[in-house]
Design a binder for this molecule. Structure first.
Ligand code: KG4
Length: 340
């Protein structure tokens, strides 16, 4: 008999539910919250309320699209953390209630592991390429910038991580600084395509080992823009494409320098990316180009699986389900998880 896994994701501002049949994706429904747009960032209280409204229709749609009934489900995988606590509470409580009602197991998933396993979301009728273990994942989102060694779906080692801001934060804050809107990553990505990446130079951090730092480059942009605006108030309007292209290239250079170092140190040539920033077209192109040059096998998740989604949570849960893991009903969500 087939196993049907329902995945539930509610860690930030996307309410999502997905269904897998024996590890193959049948549906992946995402309700993105528009309520935060006017605030230039996610408002935690509003996010929790929106999850509360969205969770029932989103799960129903995921089941309908998969063509199954709730009673067909084998287990429910849900994001336990990290994320916004109020948001996580909605998904966790819903998973528990549904698990009790259906008398099926629930399986907690670390949201970051979901991003790292996004390349394992298999779809019917598509070529499903997977990284081979061990592989390196460049995990880049609004809250994290890490290089993770993955030895199996259950074994992770952080080789390096940011000591201050995440790279997604650098995209978002710089976009806000230039009045370009939120979230900044997609806007900067779009404008960068029309600009000259070599025109402006920004400070790059000198951090030992495999760790990252993005606060210096952000400050470098802030001072640069401030000084230029003092000379010409319309400096941003006239040069935004070149500023975005140069700034984005600096961030990508920083990310790649440590990834290359990690690949050399470990001798691992299987490389993948995950997290919201892995949607960045410049980053994707550079990883592919570096991969060709260095003999890496690179795996880029489809765009729809780069930002928060329940398909990746369902996949991470499916691996854990097969390994015999079950989560107790007294589990509580956690906003921070220091390690894997
Ligand atoms: O993984 P994610 O959806 O949420 C968490 O942080 O968990 O990542 C959101 C981040 C934001 O900082 C957003 O600006 C960034 O991903 N992002 C991008 C792009 N699309 C989303 N950054 C650069 N280029 C993009 N195309």
């Amino acid at each position: 008999m087939a196993d049907f896994i329902l995945g539930i994701e509610s860690s930030c501002d996307d309410t999502s539910a997905a269904v897998l049949r024996d590890g193959v994706l049948l549906s992946n429904v995402i309700a993105s919250q528009q309520v935060h747009k006017d605030f230039g960032g996610v408002v935690p209280e509003l996010a929790s309320r929106a999850h509360e409204q969205n969770i029932v229709p989103v799960v129903s749609q995921a089941l309908d699209k998969a063509g199954i009934k709730a009673t067909d489900l084998t287990a429910i995988a849900f994001t336990r953390g990290p994320g916004l606590l109020g948001s996580l509470l909605v998904g966790t409580s819903f998973a528990k209630a549904m698990g009790i009602a259906l008398n099926i197991p629930i399986i907690m998933v670390n949201h970051l592991q979901g991003h790292i396993l996004a390349g394992f979301v298999d779809q019917e009728g598509k070529e499903n390429r997977h990284p081979k273990f061990p592989y390196l994942c460049l995990l880049v989102s609004g809250g994290n910038s890490q290089i993770v060694r993955v030895d199996s779906p259950l074994e992770y080692t952080i080789l390096g991580q940011t000591i201050d801001d995440a790279v997604g934060e650098a995209f978002d804050k710089c976009s806000k600084m230039m009045g370009l809107g939120y979230p900044g990553g997609p806007v900067i990505d779009r404008l960068a395509k029309e600009g000259d990446p070599e025109r402006f130079k920004f400070a790059k951090p000198q951090i030992p080992g495999l760790d990252y730092s993005f606060s210096g480059v952000k400050t470098s942009l802030l001072y640069f823009v401030r000084d230029e605006i003092a000379k010409d108030p319309d400096f941003i309007g006239k040069n935004k494409e070149d500023i975005c292209a140069s700034f984005q290239k600096t961030l990508i250079d920083i990310l790649l320098s440590k990834l290359i170092k990690a690949a050399k140190q470990t001798g691992i040539k299987e490389v993948t990316i995950g997290g919201g920033v892995s949607a960045n077209s410049g980053l994707r192109a550079r990883i592919e180009a570096e991969g060709k040059k260095r003999g890496w096998n690179t795996y880029l998740p489809e765009f729809k699986f780069t930002t928060d989604n329940a398909a990746m949570i369902a996949v991470a849960g499916w691996f854990r389900y097969k390994a015999g893991e079950r989560t107790s009903l007294d589990v509580a969500p956690v906003s921070r998880i220091a390690d894997y």
